[in-house]
Ligand binder design. Structure first.
Ligand SMILES: C[S@@+](CC[C@H](N)C(=O)[O-])C[C@H]1O[C@@H](n2cnc3c(N)ncnc32)[C@H](O)[C@@H]1O
Length: 252
């Protein structure tokens, strides 16, 4: 699982507070919004702070939108954002959650699929997707392509950035990581320093890099079929050196 280490990246309220300042609306959300525009119901697995699910409910007027995430601190932010009152937020694990309903669209964005570190966990998430897809419904998720390279940051300064946090003011943010080619797991720590107070917050997580061929086999075994493989969130096709591995598919 992702949430291991001295302090977990998503579970702690002080760290969840930084998530939206670092992770901005991007092409992944645009792509999912376009898919959601054709749907009547949407399930967002690993919804985090709920920016996408809330926008789907708020701007597309879709009545049945559900977001699932195990991190209560992330869901607390989700509930309070505009449109958050129109989404059913479930504190749950994408490997095991069973909602007893099916959806037109199931999404996992922000590389949530990579938090599942073992084939068993990955198969469990794919089973959850299959269990919640309507006939004719679609799924989409992203996983970074290992062939595109893994960037390791050995020191705080390797990836230091300054950002302006809406509540906390100027913040220094960094990311330190190391990749184990044997397990294909990247362990990383995100840290933040609030300039005005000097206070530091940091937490760690792990992500796995799964090759496209292995993903394709697991997807088939889960009773799903891929209609197209994208290589980025702008809709470009997957190729061996693509940035992303993004299957778009449905029930077999
Ligand atoms: C990088 S964030 C992505 C959040 C959101 N989808 C986005 O695009 O901004 C990863 C999310 O995966 C969630 N996560 C970790 N383990 C999970 C699990 N077992 N089931 C579902 N979500 C999980 C974390 O709590 C976190 O909110």
């Amino acid at each position: 699982m992702s949430d291991q280490g001295h302090k977990t990246l998503y579970g702690a309220p002080d760290l969840a507070l930084f998530y939206d300042a670092v992770n901005r609306w991007d092409a992944d959300f645009d792509y999912c919004m376009a898919l959601a525009a054709e749907a009547k119901s949407v399930l967002d697995l690993g919804c985090g702070t709920g920016e996408l699910a809330s926008a789907i409910a708020q701007h597309l007027g879709i009545q049945r939108v559900t977001g699932v995430d195990p991190a209560a601190a992330m869901l607390d932010i989700a509930r309070k954002r505009p449109g958050g009152d129109k989404v059913a937020w479930i504190e749950g694990d994408a490997r095991s959650v069973r909602l007893g309903e099916r959806f037109d669209l199931v999404v996992l964005t922000g590389h949530v699929f990579q938090v599942f570190l073992t084939p068993d966990d990955q198969r469990a998430v794919l089973a959850t997707i299959a269990a919640h897809l309507d006939r004719g419904g679609r799924f989409i998720f992203d996983s970074r392509n290992l062939a595109n390279g893994v960037k390791e940051n050995r020191t705080r300064n390797d990836a230091m950035q300054r950002l302006n946090h809406p509540q906390l003011g100027e913040v220094e943010a960094w990311n330190v990581s190391s990749y184990d080619p044997r397990t294909r797991v990247l362990t990383y720590e995100n840290g933040y320093r609030i300039i005005s107070t000097g206070q530091e917050h940091s937490g760690s997580a792990k992500i796995h890099y799964t090759p496209q061929e292995e993903l394709a086999d697991m997807i088939t075994s889960a009773g799903l079929v891929v209609e197209k493989w994208l290589g980025d969130w702008r809709g470009g096709p997957y190729h061996s050196g693509a940035k992303e591995i993004i299957p778009v598919g449905r029930l077999a």
